[in-house]
Design a protein. Structure first.
Length: 114
């Protein structure tokens, strides 16, 4: 079955960086676009970034453009999200997802606070 295990979250100060990882299994990783979403309490899940199966195409939400970088290692079935210049409004639980599969991991909490 599909498994997605996110890690790398934590508590950081504004302006600092974090690198999230998502280890995927149970599907042919190399055939899927991978995406990162985030969610805060009471709000809908928001698409943050996505990357094509061969890494040729990357897309970002306007709110993170220029600060976040999505990448993937198909040999390790892992997708990453490098987050820099973090802001308090980036605080959320971050999830990876292989669209169009409606599969989600437990997420990893990112908290940006001084």
């Amino acid at each position: 079955q599909v498994q997605l295990v996110e890690s790398g979250g934590g508590l950081v100060r504004p302006g600092e960086s974090l690198r999230l990882s998502c280890a995927a299994s149970g599907f042919v990783f190399t055939k899927y676009v991978m995406s990162w979403y985030r969610q805060t309490p009471g709000k809908e899940r928001e698409l943050v970034a996505l990357i094509s199966s061969n890494s040729d195409t990357k897309r970002y939400a306007d709110s993170v453009k220029g600060r976040f970088t999505i990448s993937r290692d198909n040999a390790k079935n892992t997708v990453y999200l490098q987050m820099t210049s973090l802001k308090p409004e980036d605080t959320a639980v971050y999830y990876c997802n292989p669209p169009p599969l409606d599969k989600w991991g437990q997420g990893t909490q990112v908290t940006v606070s001084s």
